[in-house]
Design a binder for this molecule. Structure first.
Ligand SMILES: [Zn+2]
Length: 122
């Protein structure tokens, strides 16, 4: 019983640390960054031989299989998108970790789980 309580306390602590270290939930985006160099098609242009024009940075998101959305990012929006993508990864990783912790807490049948639950019903 004491051992279970200790495990539970540790899990609660870890859960709190994880939750408090997360970036703003509002600042996330799913997708990946793609850099492209475009060829303009003029045979005399430098891009015909060397690297194309660019770089142009895109945020590419798969909406459903076979359907993607691409957003051309400005210089100003590139670091914002990078930050949001990074935040998304951190949230996703945290969700998985907290989910694993909560599975353990549910298995331990920790009574405090019920008390810590906010009441959402009206
Ligand atoms: Zn060109």
């Amino acid at each position: 019983m004491r051992k279970k309580g200790g495990q539970a306390r540790k899990l609660f602590e870890q859960r709190e640390i994880l939750a408090s270290g997360l970036p703003s939930f509002a600042e996330i985006v799913r997708g990946s960054l793609v850099t492209r160099y475009r060829r303009c098609g003029k045979p005399t242009c430098h891009c015909a031989k060397g690297r194309g024009h660019g770089p142009a940075h895109y945020l590419v998101v798969t909406l459903k299989p076979g359907k993607t959305e691409q957003i051309l990012l400005s210089e100003q929006m590139l670091p914002v998108a990078q930050q949001f993508l990074n935040n998304y990864k951190r949230w996703w990783a945290a969700l998985e970790k907290v989910s694993a912790m909560n599975r353990r807490l549910l298995r331990l049948r920790v009574p405090a789980l019920r008390e810590s639950r906010p009441t959402t019903s009206a």
